[in-house]
Unconditional design. Structure first.
Lengths: 519, 349
């Protein structure tokens, strides 16, 4: 056998494999001498299966074949001792006892002289007998499939063993390459690995086998242990009810109540603040005559983002107007505007802080994840408890969901400012404030703008959910459509929200692009 | 004003959380770099660096990557705080300056040029150059006037309204130089300014810098990893290794009397013809023992500051030895063919 891959791979392979080094050196040379798959047989791996992988530190191999062999074993177990017709047999026995009962009743009735009644009971008993015969038939039929299942299981096991034997060396060679390049990979055989593998097998196989092959696994297991641990061992379900959950959730209720009672003024203050922003925007958008709002919007789109966006804006506004959704749309935009404004006003300073302080960011990161992944309905509950219903709580719910992107992207932008540029600015005498406004913020601006854009779009997606707690607008329209399954209304409302989002987004993007002179 | 614009005295910088304890141990037990790393998990950035730079001098600091030269130059405007030692610039103790005074020093007295230019990408060339003045609170008209003047000096007239990304590397570095000159500082710190440029542009910028420097007469600390560059530009050169200065001297001293093997390795490939002068290879006239009769009156005369290149020219035009004269015109030494050849080879005659 000529080696083509390495000058002298044998030495390092033997050092890697330790036990049976020369065998592996030979097999690896064959694998490395061919492109594509090469048929290399490892008897040890085929016989020992997952345990070979455990001993050799090939954990991918171990887990994969542990599961596959378990599957084959379940089939074999079902074929050998599985109570295949058990449920049908139980039904058969139930039916038999029913028949006996009817017949006894019939005998009583005959004795009492009610021949018609007795005949009726006997008729029922006959019907039951037919059903019982069917059940018995099904049970025997199920039993007779046992052999087929057993054979399938054995064939499966044989195929898995073949796969193990042929795959082992390929997997092991890959591990050898990892070991060679100094990555963490076990070399030689490890007793600890073997022990761990054996424990794994013992923990997983027996219980799973029992669960899938025996009709009443809890009782069967109790029988095996000789009833020492009670009449049934609960392996099919965890032996704890709702008691802990109930106790904790009651504590939670009390906590929220306490907060709502003691910090009512704070929550009211927040509500007032949000309402203030919201009212300002609503006056601007709703009280101002619609032709003015439309004109200003279209001109703004034209000046900031060009003629194409202006045409799109005009068309979208026309849609809203002709569908009679103008006022609802303006309420929605005011809602989003207030949400986005607060997100930016709070999020950018936080983002700057997190961008500068690694520690603060490490603490904030899980909170941000929490804000983004927690389903909205969960924090709607405390929001209602603290702030009641209506638009300001709706804005708050939007804040929770829509603020993380602007914080994250501001922090990202701040950290992306090259150290060299900051250093140069400091070398020319910049104070921290000058550094922030002249260097860091301008260089982080693209990232911050992306964050603002994300925030606006995410606010829009919260509109429907905010309507659940009484925020009016297009969201409420869609919620209503959902309640009455009004498909057309839902679609038109959805389109209206989409157009609002796209108009805001396109104008903002266009304005930013024009400012930076980019494309 | 003192003669020395910049003075460093026993400056150490040790990076790491335990730098105080590490410094103590170095003082008491004389630990080396590797031991400090092992025992305190601290890295010695610069070790016991002392030197002075005279007014108007170009002081080159040469060393390989990791030798601490960029760390050292950042101490001069306190971008990096030393662990211990004294630093004074223009007679002021840099370490006791308040934050406001330090910012003022940086904005008014110390200009800096960086290896990677570090221009602000969102500002035009003009506003980049005017940035130090803006930091100082100068009005726009002054800023624009000064930056125009500085851009003219570095031959970038006409590029004022471009953005840095629109310029080539060499042009960007000239913007960097103009920015450093904008505040008309007394001290110029140049941190490998030409290292990132290709050789041809580098040479052009070196020439341009030398011309500018002769004209402006600024005290300059010039960091480089290229000995050729150091020799071309520097009045004096300091060679750094592992955070320490191993030798300080004029280019000639460095080339003719390398302090140790490390410096000798560097100097090996350097052409000495323009760096070695008659006085350092000549035999004093009183000690000269001719191998054959010579008539000094027939010999050509050369000033003791004549370099080897010129001495070769003289030697090829005569059969005689060359007599070297002092500043007052008296004969002080002799260079014969053997001495000259030895001198070219690099050893002392």
């Amino acid at each position: 056998m000529k080696d083509t891959a390495y000058q002298s791979p044998d030495l390092s392979v033997e050092e890697f494999a330790v036990e049976n080094g020369s065998y592996y050196a030979h097999e690896f040379a064959r694998i490395q001498g061919k492109t594509g798959f090469s048929w290399s047989w490892n008897t040890m791996a085929a016989v020992c299966g997952p345990l070979w992988g455990a001993a050799r530190g090939a954990w991918g191999f171990f887990w994969m074949f542990l599961v596959l062999e378990l599957f084959a074993l379940v089939q074999i177990g079902r074929g050998l001792w599985g109570e295949l017709g058990a449920d049908q047999l139980a039904r058969y026995e139930r039916l038999l006892s029913n028949i006996a009962k009817r017949e006894a009743q019939a005998a009583d009735l005959t004795a009492a002289g009610d021949a018609a009644g007795a005949a009726a009971k006997l008729k029922i008993a006959d019907n039951l007998r037919a059903a019982a015969d069917k059940a018995l038939e099904a049970a025997t039929a199920a039993n007779s499939t046992a052999v087929a299942i057993l054979l399938t299981g054995l064939a499966l096991m044989a195929a898995i063993k073949l796969a193990e034997g042929f795959y082992a060396n390929t997997a092991y060679e890959a591990q050898y390459l990892r070991w060679r390049s100094g990555q963490k990979a076990q070399s030689g055989m490890s007793r600890n690995g073997l022990i761990f593998g054996a424990i794994g097998l013992l923990a997983i196989w027996p219980l799973t086998l029992v669960r899938f092959t025996v009709a009443k696994p809890d009782e069967a297991l109790a029988n095996v242990t000789g009833g020492l641990l009670g009449g049934r061992l609960p392996i099919t379900e965890f032996p704890v009810g709702k008691e802990y959950f109930a106790a904790l959730s009651k504590k939670g209720d009390a906590g929220f109540d306490w907060l709502a009672n003691n910090f009512g003024d704070v929550f009211d203050g927040v509500t007032v603040g949000i309402r203030w922003v919201l009212d300002g925007l609503e006056v601007l958008l709703i009280q101002t005559p619609w032709p003015v709002v439309m004109f200003v919007t279209v001109v703004m789109a034209l000046r900031l983002a060009g003629p194409r966006v202006a045409i799109f804006t005009a068309a979208s506004l026309a849609y809203l107007a002709f569908m009679g959704l103008w006022e609802l749309a303006m309420i929605t935009v005011a809602l989003i505007g207030a949400g986005a404004f607060l997100c930016v006003a709070i999020g950018i300073p936080l983002g700057i802080w997190f961008g500068k302080s690694k520690r603060a960011y490490a603490i904030a990161e899980p909170v941000l994840d929490f804000m983004q992944t927690m389903p909205a309905f969960v924090y709607l509950i405390p929001i209602i408890a603290f702030f009641g219903t209506g638009k300001p709580p709706g804005v708050l719910a939007t804040l929770v969901f829509a603020m993380p992107p602007v914080i994250r992207l501001t922090a990202l932008g701040m950290r992306g400012v090259p150290e060299a540029t900051k250093e140069a600015a400091v070398a020319f005498g910049c104070s921290r404030r000058q550094l922030l406004f002249n260097v860091e913020l301008p260089l982080a601006l693209p990232s911050i703008m992306t964050g603002i854009n994300q925030t606006i779009l995410m606010s829009l997606s919260m509109v429907v959910i905010a309507s659940l707690i009484g925020a009016e607008g297009l969201g409420a329209l869609i919620l209503e459509a959902l309640q009455y399954a009004a498909k057309g209304q839902g679609l038109l409302g959805g389109l209206a929200i989409l157009f609002c989002a796209m108009v805001i987004d396109r104008i903002a993007q266009g304005a930013y692009r024009q400012k930076t002179g980019g494309h | 004003m003192t003669e020395h614009v910049i003075t460093l005295d026993g400056v150490w910088k040790i990076f790491g959380a335990n730098s105080g304890a590490a410094m103590e141990a170095i003082r008491k037990r004389g630990l080396g770099k590797a031991e400090v790393l092992e025992e305190f998990n601290c890295v010695v950035g610069i070790a016991d660096v002392s030197f002075e730079v005279k007014r108007g001098e170009i002081f080159c600091v040469m060393g390989l990557s990791g030798s601490g030269k960029s760390t050292m130059v950042r101490h001069l405007n306190r971008l990096i705080e030393p662990t211990t030692g004294n630093i004074s610039v223009m007679g002021r103790d840099m370490l006791t300056l308040s934050d406001a005074d330090l910012r003022e020093m940086r904005a008014m007295n110390i200009g800096m040029v960086f290896q990677h230019m570090a221009l602000l990408p969102h500002r035009t060339v003009r506003d980049n150059v005017g940035f130090p003045l803006q930091v100082r609170g100068e009005p726009k008209s002054t800023r624009w006037e000064v930056s125009q003047r500085c851009l003219d000096k570095v031959n970038l007239t006409g590029f004022e309204d471009r953005f840095p990304a629109e310029l080539s590397g060499g042009m960007q570095q000239r913007v960097g130089l103009a920015r450093a000159l904008a505040s008309d500082p007394d001290v110029l710190l140049m941190d490998e300014p030409f290292s990132a440029l290709d050789p041809l542009i580098r040479r052009q910028l070196q020439d341009q810098f030398m011309k500018l420097s002769a004209e402006l007469n600024k005290t300059t600390v010039f960091i480089t990893h290229d000995l050729d560059e150091a020799i071309r530009i520097g009045n004096r050169i300091a060679i750094m290794k592992d955070g320490r200065i191993v030798q300080i001297g004029t280019p000639e001293e460095i080339v003719t009397q390398p302090a140790d093997d490390y410096v000798r390795d560097f100097v090996e490939g350097i052409s000495k013809l323009k760096l070695v002068f008659a006085h350092s290879i000549m035999v004093p006239i009183s000690e000269y023992q001719p191998t054959r009769p010579v008539d000094f009156d027939e010999s050509p005369r050369a000033h003791h500051g004549t370099d080897l290149d010129q001495l070769i020219d003289i030697a090829t035009s005569t059969e005689n030895v060359i007599v070297i004269t002092g500043d007052d015109g008296t004969d002080i030494g002799v260079v014969d063919r053997a001495t000259l050849l030895k001198g070219i080879q690099g050893g002392k005659a």
